[in-house]
Design a protein around this ligand. Sequence first.
Ligand SMILES: Cc1cc2nc3c(=O)[nH]c(=O)nc-3n(C[C@H](O)[C@H](O)[C@H](O)COP(=O)(O)OP(=O)(O)OC[C@H]3O[C@@H](n4cnc5c(N)ncnc54)[C@H](O)[C@@H]3O)c2cc1C
Length: 337
Amino acid sequence: MQAITYERAGDIAGALRAAQQPGTMFIGGGTNLLDLMKGGVENPVHLVDITRIRSLDSIDTLPDGGLRIGALVRNSDAANHALIRTRYPLLSQALLAGASPQLRNMATVGGNLMQRTRCGYFYDTAFDQCNKRNLGSGCAAIGGHNRMHAILGASPQCIAVNPSDMSVALAALDATVRVDGPQGERTIAFDQFHRLPGDRPDLDTTLAPGELITAVDLPPPLFADHSHYLKIRDRASYAFALVSVAAALQMDGRTVKQARIALGGVAHKPWRASAAEQMLAGHELGEGTLREAATAALRDAQPQTSNRFKVQLAQRAIVRTINLAANPAAVRTGGVA
Ligand SMILES: Cc1cc2nc3c(=O)[nH]c(=O)nc-3n(C[C@H](O)[C@H](O)[C@H](O)COP(=O)(O)OP(=O)(O)OC[C@H]3O[C@@H](n4cnc5c(N)ncnc54)[C@H](O)[C@@H]3O)c2cc1C
């Protein structure tokens, strides 16, 4: 058994100081990290508990009308916060679609951003081949059990997907991740935070060693009236997405002024469907336009041996989500346009 040392950081400076020790990991709610440690997937030598850093535990309005969500805000608190529910309902829905109430009570925003893939070969150390766990060892999911895996942006080294629901909404909302670290503070545009696997699938994000996520900033709300998060999964709760869609629209009557669409469950990072967004902007919403946009969103899809179904599932989910975002009344009445 490997010995682990543990300390509680009282402030950001203390956490950053402690993280200089090689083999250190931060621990938030522990809902992902502890499972990975028990399975021998993550093997930190030093754990820095950041949950007592009070300055990271609040939700504050920004001068530009946006919102800053501290990295230690629990997923439940974020989902149920009045300003998030009213101004960013997309984010609230995505958070509530994740995990279970008990897990959301523990899970932090920073930890959610950093949670690792749910690829079974990554979790099961009995499999030697996993480039994410052991770079250069191969990828057992390619040609293996890959029903849940990526259809977009994968590489010959890794076909794992990012499992976070929250991150799909943050991608659509163009959030910014604030971090602090040995080189000082910096901000990372959400699209640049998670990585595609390329030839370094061991790296999920662009966070540098020793950096701490301090907050997520949301731009001023533009989409509160027309947004929707749809998660399609094998069970109605407590299951990761096969495919999910976050759609945020600015509408002028039936015409789309601006569309933001992000997909979950399809790639190593939340996947912005930029081609579909451009096809919808300036157009009246109609079944034909929607189907064309959904087709464009999946044009580059390269399914694996067992997940070809995800292509059509994602296309249909896009159409359905945009219809629901455009017609919020249909959600309340249970009808789908
Ligand atoms: C059974 C189960 C079902 C789940 N279902 C879903 C689901 O459907 N959808 C979904 O989205 N999620 C789901 N989750 C995942 C859950 O959302 C994550 O486990 C949780 O969000 C992680 O947050 P945490 O604070 O517990 O992170 P921790 O476990 O504490 O940490 C996770 C990682 O983040 C790092 N970290 C934590 N905070 C910071 C920080 N501030 N700066 C830098 N690094 C940091 C840690 O070092 C670690 O690497 C599920 C989890 C379980 C166990």
